[in-house]
Design a protein around this ligand. Structure first.
Ligand code: NAD
Length: 321
């Protein structure tokens, strides 16, 4: 039986990934600062550890019988949507870098065979509307729009350096925005799809919701099940270097809000206010992940329908508590 360690298993993508690995027959240890908020972890064992501390990374990486893990998935990060990324630059640079520094070092020393790192489309520069999609090489010359992207680039490079020195197989995914049930939906770390689902679920018919910026920023969003499939395909593959994973269905923030409003069945008015927006546009090529047979199965509308329904339930549960 293969053994996997999932760092960040108390979070959104990590929680779903643990479930998938269990379905595939792995023995899984999850590690995080916290347990998953919305449903119990599917992991065989769950350790609450602060991975900014090297000794905790060493504890996490020591298998149940002191053997090393076959696979490590490093998804732990101090992370959130655009509001958080702008407000918490130092925390992101400090906390996520420490986690990545200690985790790759401990994994290499423990003789881990395969190491997955979750990077981000934020490693790419800002783009013009209608500009040709960027491929993985276009991350260089590097000009990420925010410190979160710079930290991801550093962590990618560090993982690759350890891979070269220690013969560790590294798999690097660059995720587009990912959304779905059990993602953060309130509290300041939520991303645009979840924030808009919440605002619309809380609104009455004909209410007005606020949108940061002028609503024209173009983005693509990937449903969680598609992302999990991409992660597993990439980990099992022989593709070295970064790999973009994301659905190529581009919409403006206003279009995203209007789609969610349609799904809710409410008439919702949009009011644009000052706020952190991030890049104008971000489009990337997906030839590498597609070469493994990866195809996004969930249209934005289908994925948002599932996500809106889950967030609407959360809003109701919260009201009654
Ligand atoms: P998330 O915030 O839900 O999960 C991250 C988890 O890391 C959290 O549960 C958090 O408690 C944990 N963590 C933070 N600091 C820790 C520490 N010191 N020790 C142990 N655990 C710690 O985020 P997510 O959306 O599941 O993202 C997972 C990974 O994917 C992250 O690395 C993120 O940067 C990357 N990513 C996500 C997206 C997205 O749209 N969700 C896009 C690009 C990249």
């Amino acid at each position: 039986m293969k053994k996997a360690l999932v760092c960040g298993a108390g979070g959104f993508i990590g929680g779903h990934l643990v479930r998938q690995l269990k379905k595939e027959g792995y023995w899984v240890r999850g590690v995080d600062l916290k347990k998953p908020e919305f449903s119990p972890s599917a992991a065989d064992e769950f350790l609450i550890l602060d991975l900014r501390e090297e000794k905790n990374c060493q504890t996490a990486i020591l298998g149940p019988n002191h053997e090393s893990f076959d696979e490590v998935y490093q998804l732990a990060a101090d992370m959130g949507g655009m509001g958080f990324i702008h407000a918490a630059e130092c925390e992101i640079m400090h906390n996520s870098a420490l986690i990545n520094i200690h985790m790759i070092h401990s994994s290499a020393n423990a003789g881990v065979k395969r190491y997955f790192f979750s990077s981000s489309a934020c490693v790419y520069r800002d783009m013009e509307y209608n500009e040709l999609e960027l491929s993985e090489e276009n991350a260089y010359p590097a000009l990420p729009d925010n410190e979160y992207g710079w930290e991801k680039l550093y962590a990618e490079r560090m993982a690759m350096a350890y891979g070269r020195r220690f013969g560790l197989t590294i798999r690097l995914a660059r995720f587009q925005n990912c959304y779905g049930p059990e993602g953060t939906w309130k509290g300041g770390r939520e991303k645009a799809p979840a924030a808009l689902c919440r605002k619309i679920a809380e609104a009455k018919d004909n209410d007005t919701i606020e949108i940061w910026g002028d609503g024209t920023a173009m983005r693509a969003y990937t449903y969680i099940d598609d992302m999990i499939e991409g992660i597993r395909m990439l980990m099992d593959s022989d593709i070295e270097n970064g790999v973009n994973i994301g659905r190529q269905e581009y919409v403006s923030v206003d279009e995203l809000a209007k789609t969610i409003a349609e799904i809710s069945g409410k008439k919702i008015n949009l009011k644009h206010i000052e706020g952190p927006v991030g890049v104008k546009a971000r489009n990337f090529r997906i030839d590498r992940i597609s070469s493994l047979g990866w195809i996004s199965q969930f249209s934005l509308r289908d994925g948002l329908t599932k996500t809106y329904s889950w967030i609407k339930d959360q809003v109701e549960i919260n009201k009654s508590n």
